[in-house]
Design a protein around this ligand. Structure first.
Ligand code: NAD
Length: 471
């Protein structure tokens, strides 16, 4: 049981109340977190602003981030336990997240030392003896708001680049998974992050986020979560800078001649790992007529072989979804698709919050299971006439994060890469793949701005121009 306080200005302080964190699998209490009062939410920003007034060199930032990477390796078992318990993430997936989080820390350390400007040439006439250079300047205090599904690595994709850029952070982790973020704050403080550079505030989400959105002391709002909340945040604070990493309903297109074993592997790992609760979980599969039947014949048994249940069991791939609301939404959407004429080929049921891995075929393009973001272990499969029709269906979505085509035809791959409306287009790679260094972000309702450490740093610095002329 971790009883977590607020982390403000390098000190753990109580809030005005506490709330319990429960396991999504069996509802057992796994810890508690402090509920911040309004003044404490504002105090975190003041502490961050004061911290930015104190010098912290790029070399010192890099050293601290490297030390944090080492400490995380030493404490990984503890992180796996807390993360798995509060998120309901199977322990093997939780262990994988810790490894990725170490990578994110290492990349952030590198970027701290790589921050640089450039020489800007000027045409004659401005001055005979002109030197113009850009200097990367941290934009200010970064307010980071994070989701439950990657409680460590997605938090680090905010904190790592922000610290590397020389910013200070006020973090509001998901109320479902605040304990992993608290452990991380503890670890970063031990690694040497100066007081006030990182503050962690928990409590009522709307209240905290609204205070920060309205606070002129916050320069950037970097948000990862659902599209509705993200865009509402931007509307509330139009003059601030925003990075919005939002939802999707990821599509995969299987073209004529596609390697169906690879397609099945991409769907099974991409659609069902952590119960399909990733922004890039495979949700919509389109298969051209030639491969449709053969794909389903391979896919359904592979999905039925997945082990679903207790996240503490190392064999489990599909654990619980995060809450009762998610179970009701998923079962409701599956039922609605069935009423509209779809066939549920496997799954479609739930035991507690463990939703059985589900494959639904012949789905209407208008049904929620296709148009909305399922965020659960459910994959829809639809037959399309040809490549052209497939690209049309992939793009027939308000979202656009990652997408993929599986094909042996270079022309088809190039056409897809050119025309698919997405932040990332994969060819013969699962659309749920993410490397922590790669540029990552969406188009359309899926967001704006880019993460991936190097790209995230660029969102958090201004390139100030310094122009010097001789007298
Ligand atoms: P969510 O939008 O419910 O919550 C995200 C964060 O916003 C949390 O910290 C939460 O406390 C806060 N929040 C929720 N409602 C709020 C409100 N009304 N006002 C202010 N803050 C509020 O999302 P979630 O359920 O935690 O995570 C799942 C969503 O996140 C999915 O849509 C998923 O696609 C998306 N996501 C996107 C990415 C990406 O990189 N694009 C990565 C992971 C998750």
């Amino acid at each position: 049981m971790r009883d977590q306080k607020l982390f403000i200005d390098g000190t753990w302080v109580p809030g005005h109340d506490t709330a319990t964190v429960r396991s999504p699998y069996d509802d057992r209490a796994v810890g508690s977190y402090a509920v911040a009062g309004e003044q404490q939410v504002a105090d975190a920003v003041h502490a961050a602003r004061r911290a930015m007034e104190r010098e912290w060199s790029p070399a010192a930032r890099a050293a601290v981030l490297r030390k944090a990477e080492r400490l995380l390796e030493e404490r990984s078992a503890e992180f796996v336990e807390v993360l798995s318990a509060e998120a309901g993430k199977p322990v093997t997936a939780a262990a994988g997240e810790i490894v990725r989080a170490r990578t994110t820390l290492g990349l952030s350390a590198e970027e701290a030392t790589r921050l640089s400007g450039e020489f800007v040439p000027f045409e004659p006439g401005v001055g005979t003896d002109v030197l113009a250079v850009t200097v990367p300047v941290p934009v200010g205090v970064v307010a980071a708001i994070t989701p439950f599904n990657f409680p460590l690595n997605l938090v680090l994709h905010k904190i790592g680049p922000a610290l590397a850029a020389g910013c200070a952070v006020v973090l509001k982790p998901s109320e479902r998974t605040p304990l992993t973020a608290g452990l991380l704050a503890e670890l970063l403080a031990e690694a040497g992050v100066p007081a006030g550079r990182l503050n962690v505030v928990t409590g009522a989400p709307e209240q905290i986020v609204e205070i920060w959105a309205d606070d002129p002391g916050v320069a950037v709002l970097t948000f990862t979560g659902s599209s509705a909340v993200g865009w509402a945040l931007k509307a509330r604070s139009p003059r601030k800078r925003h990075v919005l990493e939002l939802g999707s309903n990821t599509a995969l297109l299987a073209d004529t001649g596609a390697d169906l074993d690879a397609v099945v592997d991409a769907i099974v790992t991409g659609g069902f790992t952590f119960a399909g609760q990733a922004c890039v979980s495979v949700q919509r599969v389109y298969a051209v007529a030639e491969v449709y039947d053969a794909l389903l014949a391979k896919l359904v048994p592979a999905v039925e072989a997945l082990v679903a249940g207790d996240p503490a069991d190392e064999r489990t791939v599909v654990g619980p979804v995060i809450g009762d609301g998610a179970v009701e939404r998923l079962l409701g959407w599956i039922e609605k698709a069935r009423v509209d004429g779809a066939s549920v080929l496997t799954g479609g049921t739930a035991s507690g919050r463990v939703v059985a891995p589900t494959v639904v075929a012949d789905v209407s393009p208008q049904t929620d299971l296709v148009c909305g973001e399922a965020f659960g272990p459910v994959v829809t499969v639809q037959r399309v006439a040809d490549l052209e029709a497939g690209i049309g269906q992939v793009n027939d979505s308000r979202f656009g994060l990652n997408t993929a085509i599986f094909t042996r035809d270079v022309g088809a791959a190039l056409a897809f890469a050119r025309r698919a409306e997405a932040g990332t287009v994969m060819v013969n790679v699962s659309p749920s793949f993410r490397g922590d260094h790669m540029p990552y972000g969406g188009v359309k309702d899926s967001g704006q701005g880019r993460e991936g450490v190097r790209y995230a740093v660029q969102e958090l610095v201004d390139h100030k121009l310094v122009l010097l002329a001789g007298q």
